[in-house]
Design a protein around this ligand. Structure first.
Ligand SMILES: [Zn+2]
Ligand SMILES: [Zn+2]
Length: 244
């Protein structure tokens, strides 16, 4: 299983970059986790849109889904000109179905998912767990046939469900929206220290911090997480690739 970070910013993309978007390739399947602003353009550096099988949206904030409507038109055009033969499968929280408005259901097939559910895309097994956020949000765990695991937090506050989903994961990609001095500023997001605590309690193999603030020294996030978690911690960046 290979992970490529398409975008790693919270809220809005920095210049020439993107908000949340993570491409997972596994045995020929191409799955995009979140599709925030800037993702559709940058995704094409790593995956032809003809090859994209599915998109999983953790929740309906724009920094996680703003580009899905442009993606709908890309799929429509590619199918109409014969360059793509199958629709795109989009997996979204059943609680958020009403906030989506696709005009062309023949091209984007929406599948509701819920916490506790398991499903398979290609040879990848996906499991979902509800996080603590301002609106319903699902964290996702992906497991390859070899049993290798990636857990992506989406947006979340500190919660036991996140620790349980991440338990013994090979890679935990976790939001780190705030520095420790900002603890308590906003419910539904993590400080770097909280992200480190979750990584430690879950006993994950390695941790990738993502969903960054637009200020301060991001290396400070690694320092703050490392006060709690002794494993490898890295900062996500656009184009980062990891073999899991
Ligand atoms: Zn976000
Ligand atoms: Zn959010």
């Amino acid at each position: 299983m290979n992970l490529t970070v398409i975008g790693c910013w919270g809220a809005y993309p920095e210049k020439n970059e993107a908000t949340s978007g993570y491409l997972v390739e596994c045995e020929g399947s191409h799955i995009l986790l979140d599709c925030g602003s800037g993702v559709l353009s940058r995704l094409q550096n790593h995956c032809a849109l003809e090859q994209l099988d599915a998109v999983v949206l953790t929740h309906m904030h724009a920094d996680h889904m703003a580009d899905v409507y442009s993606l709908e038109f890309a799929i429509l055009i590619l199918m109409q000109i014969g360059r793509r033969s199958k629709p795109l499968y989009l997996y979204v929280n059943e609680k958020e179905l009403d906030s989506l408005a696709f005009e062309y259901p023949d091209y984007v097939r929406v599948h509701p998912v819920r916490a506790g559910e398991e499903l398979t895309i290609g040879h990848v097994r996906l499991q979902f767990s509800e996080t603590v956020h301002e609106i319903p949000c699902l964290a996702v765990k992906l497991t390859s046939r070899e049993g290798r695991t990636l857990v992506y937090s989406g947006d979340t506050g500190y919660c036991q469900a996140m620790i349980d989903l991440a338990r013994s994961a090979d890679v935990l990609m976790i939001e780190s929206s705030f520095y420790d001095f900002q603890a308590g500023r906003m419910k539904g997001h993590l400080t770097a220290g909280e992200a480190g605590k979750i990584a430690a309690l879950a006993g994950v193999g390695q941790t990738i911090l993502t969903h960054f603030p637009h200020y301060g020294d991001l290396n400070q996030l690694v320092l703050e997480a490392s006060r709690h978690y002794a494993g490898q911690i890295r900062l996500a960046y656009g184009g980062m690739q990891i073999h899991i």
